[in-house]
Design a protein around this ligand. Structure first.
Ligand code: PMP
Length: 398
């Protein structure tokens, strides 16, 4: 079964392989017995392996057991879940917050929950797959606007006659590393709200902004924007916070509505207490040590400067997510493999994840200067080897 389909994927260089690490998630990892520098993880602050987080997870397991046993509505959650929600609301300066089991579960649960009634979704064309799936599940009319194109969005919104319009965007686009124009989006929502209160909702997926932008507080803080009753922020614990799971933060009414209607919240077992304790500790560390975020940005600056000197096209990246565009799937796979041979792990990203194939580099606060130097040297060597190979091919007769 699926033999032909698999053959086609292989022929098109699109067959994906699951890769298993035999070491902890860190800047240096082990895959298939090889020691590699890791430039693929979303663990932007290096918290996944932080000893305080590991200790907190162990002690929560000892105190509250491992499995949650049931959904939150059936007492699967413990007081740690509630405490984390209060902490997230305070961190985000919102009335309330709600924990979800993953970012994927949040988007596929929240989006359908928000779209009951006469409603149209406006979604950036480069939004994450979990948003796309949330829109599909919602069965609401979904209008795709050109990437970050506010004029286009405004035109589409004006043409739409539904009672409520929901704008959805990644704050940091996960494969390109550019930042959504939140100030313009915010102003646009204010405009619609002033004409008809309750007519618009802005939903921000801050998965890659949390812990990274706004000195770690996220995208809204990065733009000095304040929360609003018409704004809902989603963020994940699974990336910069080095843990697992996600949250929604917004007004009391929106959060209560979601807790009552989001199917991925209602019909799924709560996260184990150890994960909640890990997320709590990550927030505490982030608040305590702002140098963590500074280190991340200093490393990013070092890497992008080196890439610029090498003449590498990093497209519109503004964050620790740095795509190296390769022009073809074959080149993306080849660059990733060549880097692997030189001790670097940086995966090729291909359709359907992206339209333009690339190698996606991510940098973290935990990388050391020597790691960045090695990556740059490996990229230079790959480029030179590629150019030499091309020349050889041209010289060959026939
Ligand atoms: N939103 C965005 C923008 C993401 O990049 C991701 C994960 N890659 C998710 C949501 C899903 O988050 P999680 O991995 O916690 O399910």
């Amino acid at each position: 079964m699926f033999e032909k389909e698999l053959q086609k994927l292989t022929k098109d260089n699109l067959l994906r392989r699951i890769i298993a690490r035999s070491s902890p998630q860190k800047p240096v990892i082990r895959i298939r017995g090889r020691r590699l520098l890791n430039f693929s993880s979303n663990d932007y602050l290096g918290l996944a392996s932080h000893p305080e987080i590991i200790r907190a997870a162990l002690s929560a397991t000892a105190k509250y057991a491992f499995g949650a046993g049931a959904s939150r509505l059936l007492a699967g959650g413990c007081i740690l879940h509630e405490k984390l929600e209060r902490e997230i609301a305070a961190f985000k300066q919102t009335d309330a917050a709600l924990i979800f089991n993953s970012g994927y579960a949040a988007n596929t649960g929240i989006i359908p929950a928000m779209t009951s009634g006469d409603c149209t979704i406006f979604s950036d064309e480069l939004n994450h797959a979990s948003i796309i799936d949330g829109c599909r599940l919602s069965r609401a009319g979904t209008v795709i606007y050109r990437h970050k194109d506010i004029a286009h969005l405004k035109t589409l919104m004006k043409k739409d006659s539904s009672k409520r319009k929901i704008i959805i965007t990644d704050t940091v686009f996960s494969m390109d590393g550019d930042i959504a124009p939140l100030q313009e989006l915010y102003r646009l929502c204010q405009e619609f709200e002033s004409l008809a209160p309750g007519s618009v909702l802005l939903y921000l997926d801050d998965a890659h902004g949390t812990g990274v932008l706004g000195k770690g507080k996220g995208a809204l803080s990065h733009f000095s924007l304040s929360p609003q009753p018409w704004l809902l922020q989603m963020g994940t614990f699974s990336k910069a916070l080095g843990s697992f799971g996600a949250f929604a933060a917004g007004s009391h009414d929106i959060i209560t509505w979601i807790a009552n209607t989001a199917r991925s919240f209602i019909f799924s077992t709560a996260l184990p207490p150890c994960i909640i304790a890990a997320s709590q500790t990550a927030i505490k560390l982030l608040k305590k040590d702002r140098a963590l975020v500074d280190r991340l940005w200093a490393n990013r600056a070092r890497l992008t400067e080196g890439l610029r000197e090498l003449g590498v096209d990093i497209s519109g990246s503004e964050t620790p997510i740095i795509p190296v565009l390769t022009g073809s799937i074959k080149n993306a796979v080849r660059l990733s493999e060549d880097l692997f041979q030189r001790g670097i792990y940086a995966p090729a990203i291909r359709p359907p994840s992206v339209k333009e194939p690339r190698v996606r580099l991510t940098i973290s606060a935990a990388h050391e200067e020597k790691h960045i130097t090695r990556l740059l040297k490996a990229l230079r060597d790959c480029r030179d080897a590629f150019a030499a190979g091309k020349k050889r091919k041209i010289k060959q007769p026939g």
